[in-house]
Design a protein around this ligand. Structure first.
Ligand code: B12
Length: 385
């Protein structure tokens, strides 16, 4: 494990189980030790866990299971991994006193690497995890699924970048062949504006309205802790409902020391996805950004979307947000909050002074069938003018 290739793990709590307090503690300990943790959340079926592990190309899956059914559940995860050729992905877990010694023995015979019992010190767990999985990633099996092969190429690209770059998107090689390029939409905005929920709702509309064979890819960014190149909680999947679907390919990227909302390798990863011929649409989500951020200064991104919270403070604040000049489309999300209308009017005036024909939409991403999100989805296919 080096600074350029941190160990990546996926953690989750099985279906019909809401005991997430143990895994939340363990996640924190893992990221403090430089591990990138893709956290899928609780009440997750085996198929969702395996799909995510494959797309994220993690070294192993860690499950925290308290409500019983662990023998069958761990076995199902192992079987599904193997069926996709992901024999390289390890499986481990724990669950207090619910998993007995006898259960654990049977589970290891069925392909689980190790079960941790109540009272195991965190240090012991971390030592074992680093020793067992902290090596260069193992090769997938001969029947590796296309998503696993793509995921491994993304890992190779990520590993090739050992330090921040001037502009991540400028690192992308220009498209070299005649294959159809995906539509690329960049979504940015401050933390807590609702970007991830909005993207999940856009995915729902994509699944409903685009032909059954077409797929969407998401490159989602979260910060590496303390601005370092290692250790990150990649948690966007935990809040997504519709994106847990075979037509969606999602990759969670840590910023690995890059400032500005993206990772050093985002441009290259984006180019791979957009020219793969596999995806009709590619969505990039930045980390929660500050006033000065301009993450999408490249032709690689067809549409630049800024998502705002109506709670941005006084009108004066709007003068300082650089993306309000650069965005093709501005969304004031959380339209149900008090002050959303005023915010809409203030942002409209601010955009009007740019005289660039930028579009403004109001959305409430948490509302089912929100007309604002419908409008946003329609706008994804044009420049928003
Ligand atoms: C806290 C707790 C709750 C909290 C959960 C809060 C939360 N958000 O997690 C609340 C009160 C909400 C709750 C609710 C329920 N609970 Co409860 N709960 C517990 C309790 C007391 C502790 C579990 C815990 O978090 N321990 C803290 C962790 C850090 O310590 P640990 O378990 O020892 O874990 C160590 C190792 O196992 C390992 N480990 C654990 N997971 C993982 C994962 C990985 C990847 C790794 C490496 C290691 C690892 O690391 C830890 C460090 O040493 C257990 C009893 C118990 N003592 O286990 C019952 C228990 C799990 N609950 C139980 C039940 C029945 C319920 C309810 C169904 C009750 C009800 N009728 O409503 C609900 C179900 C909720 C749901 N949606 O699933 C039963 C389950 C029985 C069973 N399996 O047959 C238990 C065993 C209590 C009992 N004896 O009856 N519960």
């Amino acid at each position: 494990m080096t600074a350029s290739t941190p160990l990546r793990l996926l953690t989750a709590v099985p279906i019909c189980d809401g005991h997430d307090s143990a895994i939340n503690t363990i996640n924190l300990e893992l990221i403090r030790h430089g591990i990138e943790v893709v956290y899928l959340g609780y009440h997750r079926p085996a198929a969702d866990i395996v799909r995510a592990a494959v797309q994220e190309d993690v070294a192993a899956i860690g499950l925290s299971s308290y409500n019983g059914g662990h023998i069958e559940f761990f076995a199902e995860v192992r079987e599904k991994l193997d069926a996709l050729g992901a024999t390289n992905i390890g499986l481990f877990g724990g669950g207090g006193g619910t998993i007995t010694l006898a259960d654990a023995e049977l589970m290891t015979q069925q392909g689980t690497d190790r079960i941790f019992f109540a009272g195991t010190p965190l240090d012991e767990m971390l030592g074992w995890i680093s020793e067992r999985y902290g090596k260069p990633p193992g090769a997938p099996g001969p029947s590796a699924s296309p998503d696993l092969a793509l995921a491994r190429r993304l890992t190779e690209i990520e590993s090739a970048f050992s330090r921040p770059v001037a502009d991540p998107l400028a690192e992308a090689a220009p498209a070299s062949d005649g294959r159809t390029r995906s539509r690329v939409v960049g979504i940015t905005g401050p933390g807590g504006a609702g970007k991830t929920t909005l993207i999940d709702e856009l995915v729902l509309r994509f699944l409903r309205r685009r032909p059954a064979g077409s797929r969407v890819a998401i490159l989602s960014h979260d910060p590496s802790i303390g601005g370092t190149g290692a250790g990150a909680l990649l948690g966007d999947r935990a809040t997504m409902i519709y994106s847990q679907q075979d037509r969606v390919f999602m990759r969670s990227m840590a910023t690995r020391g890059q400032s500005g909302g993206l990772s050093p390798s985002t441009g290259r990863c984006l180019e791979l996805l957009a020219s793969s011929g596999e995806f009709e649409l590619v969505i990039i989500e930045t980390v929660g950004t500050g006033q000065e951020a301009l993450p999408f200064s490249s032709d690689l991104v067809d549409l630049r979307v800024l998502v705002m919270n109506p709670d941005y403070g006084s009108r004066l604040q709007l003068q300082k947000i650089a993306m309000l000049d650069a965005a093709d489309l501005v969304i004031v999300n959380k339209g149900d909050l008090q002050g959303a209308r005023t915010a809409g009017a203030e942002v409209e005036r601010r955009l009007g002074s740019n005289k660039r024909g930028q579009r403004l939409l109001s959305t409430t991403a948490t509302r089912h069938n929100d007309a604002g999100v419908d409008g946003l989805f329609d706008n994804l296919w044009g420049k928003g003018e």
